[in-house]
Structure formats: structure tokens, C-alpha cells
Write a protein that binds this ligand. Structure first.
Ligand SMILES: Nc1nc2c(ncn2[C@@H]2O[C@H](COP(=O)(O)OP(=O)(O)O)[C@@H](O)[C@H]2O)c(=O)[nH]1
Ligand SMILES: [Mg+2]
Length: 345
């Protein structure tokens, strides 16, 4: 499906745990060393010293390259806020702390290697070199162990992020929200030019659906969020709440769909309460209230629902029928307008 290609590639690297590094170090150290003839001429002890020097150099290279994988991860302030917020939702400040520790680790181990390199070089016997080599490996690994504390959680978080569908962070975006059965999926399918892509939304048990509306001069991204923006905030856990707030970093308008039918799946009152919740999370000025299913609702009922909303300080911006395609062109126009996208004349 190609969704893996969408998370920025700096976040797609394999990140090692301390155990991974240790294992590679323990594999590297015993590997045989070819001794150049010039060294051999210098006698048995010099040969052994040379071997430990090379072994340690290899260990240092392994550690430096493995830990650099973590050290080279971008800090949250160097990412698009959407990813930064998602990562902070799951890990708080721990992500940046791990990256910072890894950066320091590379420096500390380099310094340590410099120190031990000259010690090994100036040792007199092979067994002295061997002791120094053991010391170096032990000390270097213990620096790595302390530095990579918490990296497991970071690995889990990154693998969650990789499951995200391709979200275009710069395209104008219409997020479709509303309680179950109001017609979100029907609307997204009606507007999307290609089949919308379904994938898990990181750090929630929910999925997110991304589609596109191709207008020729521009593309509008359409995101359906079943189970995400469809219930009161107090029913969400803190991580979920933060993950949802990440959506506000997109250039997006939330179309809050409501079903005003008398026989709607959730009562209109409940829908209003959810609207209040979603608005407080996303910001009222980014939420557009739209009545769906107007094909089957009488005028007097519509007016009654409108009044109720107005008493709560909301106004209905449009009436549509996702099923029959009524007013969908108007919906797109209004969304583009709110997103500040110029229509070609
Ligand atoms: N009459 C009518 N039914 C609709 C309309 N939009 C959706 N529905 C129906 O409402 C039900 C729920 O729609 P769905 O898109 O699955 O809602 P979701 O849970 O919000 O994604 C389905 O049976 C749809 O056919 C509409 O504009 N008019
Ligand atoms: Mg749905």
C-alpha cells in the first residue's frame, strides 16, 4: 500500500536497543585480526597488542554507528508539528531526551576510545593490552546502556507512526468528524477520487482514513476519523486526546457532520455535546457544522435542530445529503474558502 513511505525517512530508520548493540559488540570482538608483516617482525607481544587495538577499534566503530542511528533522529522541534505532537503524545519529553543522550553517548565513547587507544598502544605486554581492551569494551557498553535507557518505548512509538496512512502535511485538509452513523464514510467516499486508504491512527485503538479530492488546480485531502472525533473528551484517554490534538497542526478544517433525523442513531442532544467537545479540542473557528441526510428530514425538524444549536452558540453552515450528492459542491467551496485556497477564475 506504500503507506510506509509516508512518514519522513529520518523516522524510518532501524533503531537499536542496548541489547542489540551489546550483541553486535560481542560478535565483533572475537573476530580474527590479520596482522601485517611489519608488525609480526616486532615480536609476539607487539602482535598481541596490535590485535587488541584492532578489536577495540572495530568495537568502537560498531558502537558509534549503532548509537548514531538514534543520535541522528531529528529532535521534535526539527519535525513537522504533526509528527512532533504525535510523538509527544506518546512519549512526552522522553523522545528528545533519548536522542540527546545518544548524541552525548557518541561523544563520550569517542573520547573514551581515544584515551584507551593511546593506553593500549603504549602497553608493554599482550596481556596488559588485553586487560585494557576488556576495560574499554566494558566501560563503553556501560555508557551505551545508560544512554539508551528508554529507547524501547521510542522504538514502539516510531513503529506505530510508520503505520500512519500517507498524510500530506501541506495540502489543504478536510477532516470529517461526527458521531457514528451520521454519514462520514458516505461523504468521504462521495468526495474521494481514489479509494480512501484505511490505517491505524498511532497511539489510539482507532483507524484513520485518508482520501483525496482532486480539483485539478489543487488536491484536498479528506480524512475520516471514525471513533476519534465522535465522542466527548472525557471518554478519551490523555494520549488519545493529545494524538487527536495533533490533527490541529494540519492545515485543516473540521467538517462536523450531524444527523438531524428524528430517528438518528445518536440523539441530537448527544451529537451537540460531542460537537462542543470536538470544538474545545480543535478550536471553534476551525469547526464547520454541517447537517447531513437533509433528503429525509422535514423543514420544521431542521429548524428546530438549528435553534437548539444556536442556543449553544453554534450555527449550521450547510445542509447536505452525502448519499444523494446534494450540496457537496457547496461544501467543497466553503471548505476551500475557509482554508484560504483561491479558486481559479
Ligand atoms: N438518507 C440518507 N442516508 C445517509 C446519508 N448519508 C449517509 N446515509 C446513511 O447513513 C448510514 C451511516 O452512514 P455512514 O457513512 O456509514 O456513517 P458513519 O458511521 O458516520 O461513517 C448508512 O446507512 C448511509 O447509507 C444521506 O445523506 N441521506
Ligand atoms: Mg464510517
Amino acid at each position: 500500500m506504500g503507506s510506509e513511505e509516508c512518514v519522513p525517512k529520518e523516522l524510518r530508520v532501524r533503531v537499536p536497543t542496548y541489547e542489540d548493540v551489546r550483541k553486535r559488540v560481542l560478535e565483533t570482538f572475537p573476530q580474527s585480526v590479520v596482522v601485517p608483516r611489519g608488525i609480526k617482525k616486532q615480536g609476539r607481544e607487539r602482535v598481541r597488542i596490535y590485535k587488541y587495538l584492532v578489536k577495540c577499534e572495530r568495537v568502537f566503530q560498531v558502537i558509534a554507528s549503532e548509537v548514531s542511528r538514534v543520535a541522528r533522529l531529528p529532535k521534535t522541534d526539527a519535525m513537522h508539528p504533526f509528527y512532533a505532537e504525535l510523538i509527544r503524545a506518546a512519549l512526552g519529553d522522553e523522545y528528545d531526551a533519548v536522542v540527546e543522550r545518544a548524541r552525548r553517548c557518541v561523544k563520550v565513547v569517542s573520547r573514551l576510545w581515544k584515551e584507551y587507544r593511546s593506553k593500549i598502544l603504549s602497553s608493554y605486554t599482550g596481556s596488559e593490552a588485553k586487560d585494557l581492551a576488556r576495560q574499554f569494551v566494558g566501560r563503553a557498553l556501560s555508557v551505551v546502556r545508560r544512554s539508551l535507557r528508554g529507547v524501547e518505548r521510542l522504538i514502539t512509538a516510531l513503529s506505530e507512526l510508520r503505520k500512519l496512512p500517507c498524510i500530506d502535511l501541506s495540502s489543504p485538509t478536510m477532516i470529517v468528524a461526527g458521531m457514528p452513523q451520521v454519514g462520514k464514510s458516505t461523504l468521504v467516499s462521495a468526495l474521494s477520487s481514489a479509494k480512501p486508504e484505511i490505517a491505524p491512527y498511532p497511539f489510539t485503538t482507532k483507524t484513520i482514513i485518508a482520501g483525496h479530492l482532486d480539483l485539478g488546480f489543487t488536491k484536498v485531502q479528506i480524512i475520516d476519523t471514525p471513533g476519534i472525533l465522535d465522542r466527548p473528551i472525557d471518554e478519551m484517554n490523555p494520549i488519545e486526546r493529545k494524538a487527536i490534538a495533533a490533527l490541529t497542526t494540519l492545515n485543516a478544517i473540521v467538517v462536523f457532520l450531524m444527523d438531524p433525523s428524528p430517528d438518528s442513531y445518536y440523539s441530537f442532544d448527544r451529537q451537540v455535546r460531542t460537537l462542543e467537545s470536538v470544538s474545545s479540542l480543535i478550536g471553534r473557528d476551525r469547526v464547520m457544522v454541517v447537517f447531513n441526510k437533509v433528503d429525509k428530514v422535514g423543514r420544521s425538524r431542521l429548524d428546530e435542530c438549528k435553534k437548539l444549536l444556536e442556543s449553544k452558540g453554534f450555527s449550521v453552515e450547510l445542509e447536505i445529503s452525502a448519499l444523494y450528492g446534494y450540496n457537496l459542491d457547496q461544501l467543497v467551496k466553503k471548505v476551500l474558502n475557509k482554508l484560504g485556497v483561491q479558486l481559479p477564475s
